[in-house]
Design a protein around this ligand. Sequence first.
Ligand code: DX5
Ligand code: ZN
Length: 229
Amino acid sequence: MGVQISPSILSADFARLAAECERVAGAADWLHVDVMDNHFVPNLTLGLPVVESLLRSVTTPVDCHLMIEDPDRWAPAYAEAGAGSVTFHVEAAAAPVRLARSIRAAGARAGMGLRPATPVEAYADLLPEIDMLLLMTVEPGFGGQKFLDVVVPKIRRARELVKGRDLDVWIQVDGGVTVETIEICADAGADVFVAGSAVYGAEDPAAAVRSLAAQAAAATTASWWCTPA
Ligand code: DX5
Ligand code: ZN
């Protein structure tokens, strides 16, 4: 799998969600939907009913990022509703292995998210249980924040862990990913890129997606971790 771009609809117009999703159709690999509960993060967005409606109106696969307490209780329902990928935060999960298994059993890819200060090494043994590791490159909660470059060494260490065990775990970065920072992330080892303001702040969101993808692909080809096909 090459590089993938997952535009975050957090930066889209919530009153016109389906139309906003349509603006990146054909260019985006995923639609990144940020679910926030005002407990795990200090912001409130949308929940399962809105995701269910979106799933009925869009053709691009949906990548749900659950920034919520008690994902053990809530996350499987997003998979059952038809989301292609469901990411919970490990800091909030009571039983991450059981949760990842139930997301997979419901037919979605299981993602595990880490806040910027959460070390990846502590979860190395869980990697075979997941399909994607989400490394937050801002403190979760809001779009439009500045990329935290302190996370870059963790992206590299995560890629080393995945590569060392020959696992097929995608590494997603989320937060402050723009034309300025996407190459740094790709070079370090990320292969799925969430971009909110960099996509929906652009005049032509689909063109912004394509150009971010091209930048990431070029940086990946030149990176330390890319294995030539
Ligand atoms: C933040 C969200 C992100 C956010 C990214 O907590 O998880 O998905 O939308 O927005 P940008 O790309 O603007 O930093
Ligand atoms: Zn997100």
